[in-house]
Design a protein around this ligand. Structure first.
Ligand code: ZN
Length: 149
């Protein structure tokens, strides 16, 4: 686990400093505002779709290092995926950070997202890590606002 923790620190710092896909998408097909009042994280996510496939996804906003890094990695993960893929990943991610999915023993497609398993030890951070996922999930389902409270 300590190896995963080192990687976690490194990846969080990198994505916080240089967030990927950190820009608005003009004429996005889907977008939503996500709000985590507990920490003060406010993100907006954007997605462009071709049929059921997410062809572009991005985010803007401000928040703590964990919320930004999580959003950054989420955008990298979802580009090119279908809405069904996104729903499955959201479910797996959410179960992982709330302790309901054991990434070592249960089958999952989380890949790089596994580094966020570490937030399980910090309950206040779970909402930071999952905010962008709740927000894109809302956006893909046509809701334009989501709050973690
Ligand atoms: Zn936060």
């Amino acid at each position: 686990m300590s190896e995963l923790n080192d990687l976690y620190q490194e990846v969080i710092l990198d994505h916080n400093k240089n967030p990927r896909n950190f820009r608005p998408i003009e004429n996005a097909d889907k977008y939503a505002d996500g709000n985590n009042p507990l920490c003060g994280d406010k993100l907006k996510v954007f997605a462009t779709l071709d049929g059921d496939t997410v062809t572009d996804v991005s985010f803007t906003g401000s928040g703590c290092a964990i919320s930004k890094a999580s959003a950054s990695i989420m955008t990298q993960t979802l580009k090119g995926k279908t809405i069904a893929d996104a729903e499955r990943l959201f479910d797996q991610f959410h179960r992982m950070v709330t302790g309901k999915l054991d990434i070592e023993s249960e089958e999952n497609e989380l890949g790089k997202l596994r580094i966020f398993a570490g937030v399980l030890e910090f309950p206040a951070r779970v909402k930071c890590a999952s905010l962008s996922w709740h927000t894109i999930n809302a956006a893909l389902h046509g809701e334009e606002e989501v709050s973690t409270e």
